[in-house]
Design a protein around this ligand. Structure first.
Ligand code: ADP
Ligand code: MG
Length: 258
C-alpha cells in the first residue's frame, strides 16, 4: 500500500501582496500539513505578520490563491474560479484562530465573557454551553480562578493566556501566533510559552508561530522557515536550521539573534 501525503491544510499558491507601491509577498508559495507546527523566523519587516494576517482574512491580497482547510479563495480581481464572497470568507475564518502580540482582549468584559462571547455570537452556542467550554479552557491555561477578573486586573502573561483560551474556544483547526511573548516582561514569557508548548502536543492542531524565541522555536517546531524579504529563504527541521544553516542570510540573521 502506498501512503500519500495528506492535502495541505494551508496553501499559498503564487500569492502576491502589495501595500501601495510596496510588494510584500511576490508570487509566494507556502504549504503546511495538517497538524504540523511551523515557525517563521526572520528580520522585522520581512512579511511574517502579513502572512498570518492574510490567513486570518484580515488582509486582502492582489494575486494568487489561498487554500485553508479545503476551501480556496482569491480576491475578486483574481483570474480563477474561487472568488472571495463574505460568506465564504467567514467560513474560512472559522477554521483559524490568532493570538496577537498585544493580547487584544475586550477591556470591558470579564475573563469569562472574553472567552464566551465569540462562541455564543458566531457559533451560536448557548451561554451555558460556552461557559462550560470556557471553564475547561481557562483551566487548561491555568486561570480557572481568574474567570471573574477584568483584563486590567491581570498581568500581561495572564492576559495572553486568556487570549489563547479565547482563540481555542472557537475550536480552530489552525492556530496562529504572532510574536505572542514580545510584549511581555521577561519574567512572564515562560508561563505563556509553557501553554503554547502544551498545545504543540495536540496532534490535530496546526500551528503557525512567529517568534524571536529561538530556543523555543527549536523545541516545539516540526519545521522552521527563515523568512526574508517576502520569501522563504531557507526551511527545514529545527536542528538543521539552527545548527547547520545553508544560506548566508540565515547564518547572518541567526548570528544577530542568538
Ligand atoms: P514582519 O511581521 O516580518 O515584521 P510585516 O508583515 O509586518 O513584517 O510587514 C511587511 C512589510 O509591509 C513592512 O515593510 C511593513 O512596513 C509593510 N506593511 C505592513 N502593514 C502595512 C500596512 N497596513 N500599510 C502599509 N505597509 C504595511
Ligand atoms: Mg510582525
Amino acid at each position: 500500500m502506498t501512503q500519500t501525503a495528506p492535502a495541505p491544510i494551508i496553501a499559498f499558491d503564487r500569492v502576491t501582496k502589495r501595500f501601495g507601491a510596496l510588494t510584500v509577498l511576490d508570487d509566494f508559495n507556502f504549504t503546511v500539513a495538517p497538524g504540523e507546527k511551523v515557525t517563521l523566523i526572520g528580520p522585522s519587516g520581512s512579511g511574517k505578520s502579513t502572512v498570518l494576517r492574510i490567513l486570518m482574512t484580515l488582509e486582502p491580497f492582489q494575486e494568487g490563491t489561498l487554500t485553508l482547510a479545503g476551501m480556496s479563495y482569491q480576491q475578486p480581481n483574481g483570474t480563477g474560479p474561487f472568488k472571495a464572497g463574505e460568506r465564504h470568507l467567514r467560513q474560512i475564518r472559522s477554521h483559524v484562530g490568532m493570538v496577537f502580540q498585544s493580547f487584544n482582549l475586550f477591556p470591558h468584559m470579564s475573563v469569562m465573557r472574553n472567552v464566551v462571547e465569540a462562541p455564543v455570537r458566531v457559533l451560536g452556542l448557548s451561554r451555558a454551553e460556552a461557559e462550560c467550554r470556557a471553564v475547561d479552557l481557562l483551566a487548561l491555561v491555568g486561570l480557572a480562578d481568574k474567570k471573574d477578573h477584568f483584563p486590567a486586573q491581570l498581568s500581561g502573561g495572564q492576559q495572553q493566556r486568556v487570549a489563547i483560551a479565547r482563540a481555542l474556544a472557537m475550536r480552530p483547526r489552525v492556530l496562529l501566533f504572532d510574536e505572542p511573548t514580545s510584549a511581555l516582561d521577561p519574567q512572564l514569557v515562560g508561563e505563556v510559552l509553557s501553554v503554547i508548548r502544551s498545545l504543540a502536543h495536540e496532534h490535530d492542531l496546526t500551528m503557525l508561530l512567529v517568534t524571536h524565541e529561538m530556543r523555543f522555536a527549536r523545541e516545539v517546531s516540526d519545521r522552521v522557515c527563515f523568512f526574508d524579504k517576502g520569501r522563504i529563504c531557507e526551511q527545514g527541521a529545527p536542528d538543521q536550521i539552527f545548527t547547520n544553516p545553508q544560506q548566508p542570510r540565515t547564518r547572518e540573521f541567526l548570528a544577530s539573534v542568538l
